[in-house]
Design a protein around this ligand. Structure first.
Ligand SMILES: Cc1cc2nc3c(=O)[nH]c(=O)nc-3n(C[C@H](O)[C@H](O)[C@H](O)COP(=O)(O)OP(=O)(O)OC[C@H]3O[C@@H](n4cnc5c(N)ncnc54)[C@H](O)[C@@H]3O)c2cc1C
Length: 553
């Protein structure tokens, strides 16, 4: 397993100063990650810079579905749904560890007001969904009896329940998907740095962009990076990056329209579901996903216009209450209250809309590419699911500028960890559990989180017995993951490791604060932290946790 660490980051920063890149990609969310892999795989000299950590923006705050988007059928967005369904099947091939086919269930009640739509309309929608997925479908939809439905969700309200529909999409771990794509881009030669913020552009005599001035957020150093093409993949920050240095974004026909969505993470024993469920909202024509995820249940999402600060959107108490009300009305036995919420987190959809679109639920999730007169290519919109196709379109355009016709190859390039199928991973999990005397839950977690890179983690645990120890009681994460995050996934802070590499801030909630000192001590050796730096890292993590994950503010 290649090193991809703080040292690689310093190497990239040195390369930024020395080399002239074909493409500079600004933004290390799923869009920037996909662009970097596509560009590097086509032989372009590629640089990727991210102002915070990879996936610190929207790409760690999604519902974590690889899906066609059943709801977009209502907007007759058939091409979008078809593209997303096909991309789902590509991901199942190139990212098997991060693409778990999963059943999604829609309850049907005798009282029509309790249904998302008329059952006949739902059935027609699901029929169309299967048709659009074609031969790539994970599995066809079918009707479940009332008993089958209750078996999958024993706390579901049985009064008036007639049955359910089940269809198939897939689950992923969004920030881990991003880091695996970034690691693959690095293996293809891309120079990559987190905590490197674009502050302004370099320009030639005609005002055309020829690169960017970066701030190394960890050292305060300023760096000039030269590139022939610059791509703005900053999601909800897209317009700010177009406007940087006073450029006007007024002339743009399309506008970036951030839409906020929150989620709650709940203990799996408080909401017992053996499939993902679509539960109608009580306040509008939409539904919440209830998704079993990493030994917890995630519930969301809301969808509202947003005008606040973009760096740290928060789940507000009225939004949390709205979700809990809907869930309690369909799962009355669960009787959830705010004390059940382990963490609550918010994200901003980078939707691109015409100025006259009414509300964000109606704005298309289709990607948009915008070229401005100074040569900047901006690409946003889209979904996690369609990142690969989006990247292909972006790099096609960049190549046109560079006068090259290199073909895209990412359909056939496994992302990092994507070399083994799910069946192989499953078998491997059993073998290493038996061979190294590890709990099955731990080895399953390791193979499906890290895919074919699991062996690097096993080696760490063989070299140092302490690294087999669990991090948080009741969760399968082990101490070796923190070392791996620092050595192979460019985690340069405690927060990177606990929020976006292991997801413990989200999954363990305030328990992640309790284990933070142990985690900081483990990472200190890797990253050369003294006592003062360890204390600073703990403060930074506590602040980010309070701002971005804490329930019951
Ligand atoms: C609530 C919610 C649920 C969703 N659920 C799903 C789902 O289940 N499935 C799905 O397919 N899609 C889903 N989406 C959509 C998907 O998450 C987004 O489309 C996607 O994550 C956007 O990725 P991005 O890379 O464009 O933006 P981001 O992830 O926000 O990345 C942009 C990056 O640019 C960086 N940046 C900004 N300015 C600078 C600068 N000056 N210099 C350097 N870097 C900079 C930011 O720090 C950020 O990391 C959901 C979205 C939301 C909000």
């Amino acid at each position: 397993m290649n090193e991809f660490s703080w040292r690689s980051r310093l190497d990239s920063l040195e390369r930024f100063k020395r080399e002239v890149f074909d493409v500079l990609i600004i933004g290390g969310g799923i869009t920037g990650a996909g662009l970097a892999l596509d560009a590097a795989a086509r032989g372009l000299k590629t640089a990727l810079v991210e102002k915070r950590d990879f996936a610190a923006g929207t790409s760690s705050r999604s519902t974590k579905l690889i899906h066609g988007g059943l709801r977009y059928l209502e907007q007759f967005d058939f091409a979008l749904v078809r593209e997303a369904l096909l991309e789902g099947s590509v991901l199942a091939r190139i990212a098997p560890h991060q693409t778990e086919a999963f059943p999604f269930v829609i309850p049907i009640y005798a009282d029509r007001r309790r249904n998302y739509d008329h059952p006949l309309i739902m059935r027609a929608g699901l029929f169309l969904y299967d048709l659009l997925a074609g031969r790539q479908n994970f599995a066809k939809h079918r009707r479940l009896s009332r008993e089958e439905a209750l078996n999958l969700a024993p706390q579901l309200d049985p009064n008036g329940l007639k049955g359910a529909f089940v269809y198939y999409d897939a689950l992923t771990n969004d920030s881990r998907l991003v880091i695996e794509i970034i690691k693959a881009a690095n293996q293809q030669g891309a120079a990559i740095a987190n905590y490197a913020k674009v502050e302004s552009y370099l320009r030639d005599a005609n005002g055309k962009i020829t690169g960017a001035r970066l701030l190394n957020e960890l050292s305060g150093e300023r760096i000039e990076l030269r590139a022939r093409v610059t791509i703005n993949a900053t999601g909800v920050w897209m317009e700010e990056m177009i406007r940087l240095e006073g450029n006007s974004a007024e002339g743009l026909k399309k506008k970036l329209r951030p839409a906020k969505g929150i989620h709650l993470t709940i203990a799996a024993n408080r909401l017992r579901v053996d499939a993902a469920w679509l539960i109608p909202s009580l306040t509008g024509h939409r539904f919440y996903f209830v998704v079993p995820w990493e030994d917890r249940v995630n519930i969301g999402t809301t969808d509202t216009d947003y005008e606040g600060g973009k760096d740290f959107p928060q789940a507000e108490s009225d939004e949390v209450a709205e979700i809990l009300n809907a869930i309690n009305s369909y799962f009355p036995e669960a009787n959830l209250d705010t004390s059940d919420v382990i963490s609550a987190w918010a994200g901003l959809r980078p939707l691109i809309s015409d100025a006259n679109a009414k509300d964000t639920t109606k704005v298309s999730r289709k990607e948009e590419m915008i070229e401005t007169a100074d040569g900047l290519i901006s690409i946003a919109g889209g979904k996690l699911t369609t990142y690969r196709a989006m990247a292909e379109h972006g790099i096609d355009l960049a190549l046109k500028r560079l006068g090259s016709a290199a073909k895209a190859t990412t359909k056939d390039i496994p992302i990092s960890g994507g070399e083994m199928s799910r069946v192989e991973l499953q078998q491997t999990a059993r073998q290493i559990a038996a061979h190294y005397n590890l709990p099955n839950a731990v080895t399953r977690h390791l193979v499906f989180s890290y895919g074919s890179n699991f062996d690097a983690l096993v080696r760490l645990m063989l070299d140092d017995e302490r690294l087999r120890e669990p991090l948080v009681a009741g969760l399968p994460h082990v101490k070796a993951e923190l070392i791996y995050a620092a050595r192979h996934e460019m985690a340069v802070s405690l927060t990177d490791a606990l929020t976006r590499r292991t997801r413990l801030a989200m999954l363990a909630g305030s328990a992640s604060l309790e284990i933070a000192p142990v985690a900081a001590e483990l990472m200190a050796d890797e990253l050369g932290w003294d006592a003062a730096e360890r204390a600073r890292q703990l403060d930074l993590f506590a602040a980010e946790f309070a701002r971005e994950y804490q329930a019951n503010r």
